[in-house]
Design a protein around this ligand. Structure first.
Ligand SMILES: Nc1ncnc2c1ncn2[C@@H]1O[C@H](COP(=O)(O)OP(=O)(O)OP(=O)(O)O)[C@@H](O)[C@H]1O
Length: 254
């Protein structure tokens, strides 16, 4: 996680990272952010935080190709476009209610008229603990199970870059902790940018934390969390970074 000026040789890493250069977003007279520059190294898990309305989801959508920036560009750290290398997971699981779990997980392949990779889908469903729920409709699953099915669907796509917009915010605390552990384990080899409002979640999962603040919004110096995710809630590295993050929130609010 660094500004592009200090770009590492990410091509040495098989997983591409994300490079954001001079990104500006305006809605009419309203400048959401201007000349944002940062780089996420291949295989890094970066968490994006910031107050409501500061521009986090807009930034994620632009990176994911779901919205257009006013100026600037997003590429992989290998200089190639990111468009076909990104999987996106939002706050709602967006499972189709009339498709069963297996059909939801393999939906992308079916929409692209590709042969469904049954072994891969079954392996993923096993890994997320839904090995015996292939034929179940989403309405018969708990919130945690639905989110686990959504993780399986995201991973089914085998995209090296994963963008997640508050993916666990609708879950209760215990289910959330379990799904966080699963996501950390299953996304360990991907480049991940995750938005959350939860400092504990950020410090459990991220290698680096970045905070967007101000009008127009700017990115502060990244906070690097020591140790390997997922960190336990009583991990001293997590607690140190959580303290640092909370101090930063207070400073930004002044
Ligand atoms: N299509 C749009 N047209 C006009 N303004 C927009 C549009 N999309 C977003 N905005 C504005 O841009 C700003 C940033 O919105 P965004 O959803 O990116 O914020 P956020 O940080 O993700 O907020 P939250 O944490 O509440 O989800 C807000 O003021 C929002 O009203």
């Amino acid at each position: 996680m660094r500004p592009p000026a200090g770009a590492r040789q990410s091509s040495q890493n098989a997983t591409p990272g994300i490079r954001v250069e001079n990104l500006t977003l305006r809605f009419g007279e309203h400048t959401i952010f201007e000349n944002l520059n940062f780089e996420i190294g291949g295989g890094e898990f970066v968490v994006l935080l910031g107050s409501s309305g500061v521009g986090k989801s807009s930034l994620l959508k632009i990176i994911g190709g779901l919205a257009k920036a006013t100026a600037g560009k997003v590429t992989g750290t290998d200089g190639q476009p990111v468009a076909n290398r990104i999987a996106y997971m939002g706050q709602q699981d967006l499972l189709f209610p009339w498709l069963n779990v297996f059909e939801n997980v393999t939906l992308g392949a079916r929409l692209r008229h590709e042969k469904v990779d049954r072994d891969w889908a079954e392996h993923l469903l096993e890994r997320v603990g839904l090995g015996n729920r292939h034929k179940v409709l989403p309405s018969a699953l708990s919130g945690g199970m639905r989110q686990r099915a959504a993780i399986a669907r995201t991973l089914y796509e085998r995209r090296p870059i994963v963008l997640m917009d508050e993916p666990f915010s609708a879950l209760d605390a215990i289910t959330r902790a379990m799904v966080q552990d699963l996501a950390a384990e299953m996304l360990a080899d991907r480049t991940v940018l995750l938005i959350t409002h939860d400092p504990m979640e950020a410090c459990r999962l991220g290698h680096h934390l970045i905070v967007l603040s101000g009008h127009p919004a700017r990115l502060g110096t990244p906070i690097t969390v020591a140790g390997k995710p997922p960190r336990s809630p009583d991990d001293p590295d997590l607690q140190k970074s959580q303290g640092e993050l909370l101090r930063l929130f207070v400073e930004n609010a002044r």
